[in-house]
Design a protein around this ligand. Structure first.
Ligand code: ARG
Length: 582
C-alpha cells in the first residue's frame, strides 16, 4: 500500500480540474503532527502562485473538486484547509482497517512490485590476495541491504562483485606462489589461504629485497598479460583462494553475494584496447609523454588547467579507470542494465566521475545513462581515528566477527532464559552478526561512524539486539494467546488513537522502502522499524490484547501480527536475522 501515491494521483487530478496543468505535483507528505492530519498536501501554494490565484481559494477549489467527484470517498474522512494554503488529510478508519487486513494476509505485506528496472549493483569488490578488511565491510552490508530492498520492490538486480583481480602486482604474486609451492609442497594452498594478507606482504618484501625475484616478477606480468596458460593457471589459484575466503565471510555475514556474481577487473581485459583506440579515433584521447590521456573540461587543477586522465600508461598497461569505462559499456550493452549503482568509500568519488564522464563522452554509454556512485564515510575507532587494532593494523573482518560472537555470548549469558543450548547459540549468532551490521546500517552512510562495541551490543536504543528483542516480544503474544497467524480471521476494527497510529505506521512500510531504495540509505528503513517498535509498545500499553473481548482481541492480534511480519521483513531487508525467542 502506498498511501502517498494514492493521494497524489487524486490530488493531481483535482488540481488539474481546478486549473493547474496536468503535471503539477501536489507534494503529499506524511504529516508529523496529528492536528495536521495524517498526510498533508504541500504543493497547493506553488500551484496557486503559478496560476496567479490566492492559495486558500485554490485550495478550496481542489477540496470542492475532490468532494464532488467523490475521489477520496472511503479513503479520507476529512480534508481541512490550513495555514497559508495547505490541505490536511485525515484518513478514514475503515480504509485503514481494510488496508491493514489486505497487507496482513498478503505474502508481500501489501507492498506492490511497482518497480521493474534491471539494475547492476557494484558492491563489496575486494581485492585478490588481500584479505577483506573493515574498509570493505560498509560497502558490502550497505550494498547488500539496498540490493535486497530494490529486489523486494520488483527490480531485477545483477550483482557485480568487481574484484581487483588484475594488475602488475600479479607477476610478483605468481612468482611468490611458485616459490611458496616449491617450499611447502601439497599444503601450499591451504597455508597461503590461512593468511593471504601475510602472503602478499611477504611477496612484496621479497620483491623489494631481491632483484632476481623482482626481475622474474616483471617477466611473469608480461607472460600473464599475453595469456600464457601456465601463468593464468597460477593466477586462477590466487583468485580462487581469495574468493573462497570472501565467500566464507559473505555466508557468515548473511550477504547475498555468491561466486556467480564475481565480475572482476580481468573480465574487461579484452575490451580495453578497443576503448583506447576508439577514444583516440574520436580525438578525445591524446599522446602525452608516451601515455594516452583524456582531458575533460570538468577536471581542472588548482591553476585552472585541464587535468588529464590516463587511460593507457607509457608501458602499454591499462588502468583502473580504463577498466571502469569498459565496465560501464558492458553493463549497459551486454548486461542490458537500465541503470548502475556503485558503492565504494568516498575516496573513489573523483575516480567514478572521470571514468563515467569519459564513458559518456566517448559514446560507450548514452549521455543520459543513469549511473550513480553512493559513497560512504569511514569506520572510526572510539578514539576518533580510523578503526585499527591496538597495534595499529587494519582489523580483519573475520577477527571482528569472532569478537562480536564472543561479546554477544557474554551479553546473552547475563540474561535469564529457558532456551536450549542450540537455540541459545542461534540467538548469539543472530545478535553478534546483527549488531555489527545494524550499527552500520542504522547510521547515515555519508558520514564517518564510530565503531563502538558497547553501544551496538546494548538492548537499549536503536540497536540490533533491541530490534530483535522487540520482534520476539510481539511473537510472544501469540505464544500466550495460543493462536497462529494464519488462524486469525474476522475484521480489524480501528477505534482507539493508538490503534490508528499503529495502522498508519504499518501502512507506511512501502513508502519507507521506496525512499530507502531511492536514496540508498538503509538508515531510513532502520529508523522506520525502530519507530514502528515504539509505536507498537505504546499501542500494547494502552490497548490490552489478551484480556480484551473476542472481537477486539481478534482485531488487535491482527495488528500485532502485521507488526511482527513487518519487523521481520524489514530486518530481513537490512540483512538482519530474527529469532522467535530470546
Ligand atoms: N576493488 C576496489 C577497491 O577495493 C573497488 C572496486 C569498485 N568497483 C569499481 N567498478 N571500481 O577499492
Amino acid at each position: 500500500m502506498n498511501i502517498q501515491a494514492l493521494l497524489s494521483t487524486h490530488f493531481q487530478t483535482a488540481m488539474h480540474n481546478a486549473g493547474a496543468d496536468a503535471h503539477t505535483d501536489p507534494v503529499i507528505k506524511q504529516s508529523g503532527k496529528p492536528q495536521f492530519g495524517d498526510y498533508q498536501a504541500n504543493g497547493i501554494m506553488g500551484a496557486a502562485k503559478k496560476l496567479g490565484l490566492n492559495p486558500r481559494e485554490f485550495a478550496q477549489k481542489v477540496v470542492d473538486d475532490l468532494t464532488q467527484t467523490k475521489a477520496l470517498q472511503g479513503v479520507a474522512e476529512k480534508l481541512e484547509i490550513a495555514g497559508p494554503g495547505f490541505i490536511n488529510i485525515f484518513l478514514d478508519n475503515a480504509f485503514l482497517a481494510k488496508s491493514v487486513q489486505t497487507a496482513r494476509t498478503d505474502s508481500h505485506l501489501g507492498v506492490s512490485h511497482s518497480q521493474n528496472d534491471t539494475i547492476v549493483v557494484d558492491y563489496s569488490s575486494p581485492n585478490v590476495a588481500k584479505e577483506m578488511h573493515v574498509g570493505h565491510l560498509r560497502g558490502t552490508i550497505i550494498g547488500d541491504s539496498v540490493v535486497r530492498t530494490l529486489e523486494f520492490l520488483g527490480n531485477t538486480i545483477i550483482r557485480a562483485n568487481h574484484i581487483g583481480d588484475w594488475g602488475t602486482q600479479f607477476g610478483m604474486l605468481i612468482a611468490y606462489l611458485e616459490k611458496f609451492e616449491a617450499e611447502n609442497g601439497d599444503n601450499a594452498s591451504d597455508m597461503a589461504l590461512a593468511d593471504i594478507e601475510n602472503f602478499y606482504r611477504n611477496a612484496k618484501a621479497l620483491y623489494d629485497a631481491d632483484p632476481d625475484f623482482a626481475e622474474t616478477s616483471r617477466q611473469y606480468v608480461v607472460r600473464l598479460q599475453s595469456g600464457d596458460e601456465a601463468m593464468l593457471a597460477k593466477w586462477r589459484v590466487l583468485v580462487d583462494l581469495t574468493m573462497t575466503q570472501c565467500q566464507a565471510l559473505y555466508d557468515r555475514l548473511g550477504v547475498t553475494l555468491s561466486p556467480k556474481d564475481t565480475m572482476g577487473e580481468s573480465l574487461y581485459n579484452p575490451m580495453l584496447k578497443g576503448v583506447v583506440e576508439s577514444l583516440k579515433e574520436q580525438g578525445l584521447a591524446v599522446e602525452d609523454d608516451g601515455a594516452t590521456v583524456v582531458y575533460m573540461d570538468e577536471f581542472k587543477n588548482k591553476e585552472g588547467e585541464p587535468l588529464g586522465v590516463i587511460v593507457q600508461k607509457n608501458d602499454g598497461g591499462y588502468l583502473y579507470t580504463t577498466t571502469d569505462i569498459a565496465a560501464a559499456q558492458y553493463r549497459k550493452h551486454t548486461l542490458g542494465a537500465d541503470r548502475v549503482i556503485l558503492f565504494t568509500d568516498a575516496r573513489q568519488a573523483q575516480h567514478s566521475k572521470q571514468a563515467w564522464g569519459i564513458a559518456k563522452m566517448g559514446g560507450f554509454v548514452p549521455a543520459d545513462f543513469d549511473m550513480v556512485h553512493h559513497t560512504f564515510g569511514m569506520m572510526m575507532g572510539k578514539d576518533g581515528k580510523p578503526f585499527k587494532t591496538r597495534s595499529g593494523d587494519t582489523v580483519k573482518l573475520a577477527d571482528l566477527l569472532d569478537e562480536a560472537v564472543e561479546r554477544a555470548t557474554a551479553l546473552m549469558s547475563e540474561r535469564q532464559s529457558e532456551l536450549s543450548a542450540d537455540e541459545k547459540q542461534a540467538v548469539i549468532n543472530a545478535v553478534a552478526i546483527g549488531a555489527v551490521k545494524y550499527a552500520d546500517l542504522s547510521k547515515n552512510r555519508n558520514t564517518d561512524y564510530v565503531f563502538d562495541w558497547d553501544a551496538m551490543l546494548s538492548f537499549e536504543g536503536n540497536t540490533a539486539p533491541y530490534m530483535q528483542y522487540a520482534y520476539t516480544r510481539v511473537r510472544s503474544i501469540f505464544a500466550k494467546a495460543g493462536v497462529a497467524s494464519d488462524e486469525l480471521t474476522g475484521d480489524i476494527i480501528i477505534r482507539d488513537d493508538k490503534e490508528r497510529t499503529l495502522a498508519i505506521k504499518l501502512l507506511q512500510f512501502e513508502e519507507c522502502l521506496i525512499t530507502t531504495a531511492k536514496d540508498a540509505l538503509p538508515n531510513t528503513l532502520a529508523l522506520y522499524l525502530y519507530e514502528l517498535a515504539g509505536v507498537f509498545s505504546a499501542f500494547y500499553e494502552h490497548c490490552p490484547i489478551l484480556s480484551a473481548e473476542d472481537e477486539v482481541k481478534n482485531s488487535r492480534l491482527q495488528l500485532a501480527d502485521l507488526t511482527a511480519k513487518t519487523l521481520k521483513q524489514g530486518l530481513e531487508l537490512l540483512g538482519i536475522k530474527t529469532v522467535e525467542r530470546m
